[in-house]
Design a protein around this ligand. Structure first.
Ligand SMILES: C[S@@+](CC[C@H](N)C(=O)[O-])C[C@H]1O[C@@H](n2cnc3c(N)ncnc32)[C@H](O)[C@@H]1O
Length: 244
């Protein structure tokens, strides 16, 4: 990845504690922590509807910690919970999977996916699901590759937090998104991304893959202040659908 395309740094979340288990941390378990994310009410320790605990490891790769885009997308899922309840959700490049876990908590049927060869990330996803007592399916899906499991997903909502960071992957990512949306009429891709120089490429590729943007929001416009204050960056939330 080139430096200009580096994702924003992970937030220094206030509710972070050392993990009691090894989590997905492998040999660097000393860097494994658990961050707690509150939803509903005042989103605080004292006033919330539920929380999600995430096992993170700062020494491992990009899929092992919670990126700001993920916190923003997870909050959006919570605020749109009626829409998510009963839906079939696939999260692409899920990493620590916060948005997918919130979708599962509000009643969606969720499949969490990440790069097929990234076994540590997938192992960590399993540990996180167990820790939060949610039952999500976990699959290896590498963008632009067509392994058998992708043909049976038929999601009504596809999620992706901070998946637009390496422009060499954008075309493959859109190929996978377009395939998933075509497999399920009316489906939508909801993504949060750091607005960087790849913006024009994203617009170009949306047209190439027969997609259009149906909603665009400043990621901070709907965030409660208590969450927004620990995040930085120019993050947008975009809903994308087939341009029929
Ligand atoms: C910046 S991280 C974001 C992780 C998580 N969504 C979040 O926001 O906290 C990018 C994620 O995309 C995954 N990823 C990168 N390239 C991929 C590819 N070609 N196919 C599938 N997943 C990929 C990485 O493994 C990682 O989990």
């Amino acid at each position: 990845m080139d430096d200009a395309a580096s994702p924003p740094r992970p937030p220094s979340a206030a509710h972070r504690s050392p993990a009691a288990t090894g989590g997905g941390g492998g040999g660097s378990s000393s860097m494994t922590t658990i961050s707690r994310h509150f939803f509903g009410g005042a989103s605080s320790d004292e006033d919330h509807e539920f929380y999600v605990d995430i096992i993170e490891n700062m020494q491992e790769d990009y899929g092992m910690f919670v990126w700001p885009c993920s916190i923003i997308l997870a909050e959006y899922v919570w605020q749109q919970r009626l829409r998510f309840s009963g839906s079939t959700v696939v999260e692409l490049g899920a990493g620590t999977s916060l948005p997918g876990l919130v979708a599962a908590k509000v009643g969606a049927n969720v499949v969490l996916t990440d790069k097929s060869e990234d076994k540590e990330v997938m192992k960590n996803m399993r540990s996180i699901c167990n820790l939060n007592k949610v039952n999500c399916k976990i699959l290896g899906i590498t963008w632009g590759e067509w392994d058998d499991p992708i043909f049976d997903l038929n999601p009504s909502i596809v999620l992706g937090a901070d998946v637009f960071y390496d422009s060499t992957d954008f075309d493959d990512l859109f190929a996978t998104v377009a395939f998933l949306l075509q497999s399920s009429p009316g489906a939508v891709f909801i993504t949060t991304y750091q607005n960087r120089s790849g913006h024009h490429l994203i617009e170009f590729l949306m047209v190439k893959w027969g997609l259009k943007c149906s909603k665009i929001l400043d990621g901070f416009s709907f965030m409660p202040l208590c969450k927004a204050s620990s995040l930085q960056g120019n993050i947008q939330l975009v809903e994308i659908e087939l341009d029929t």
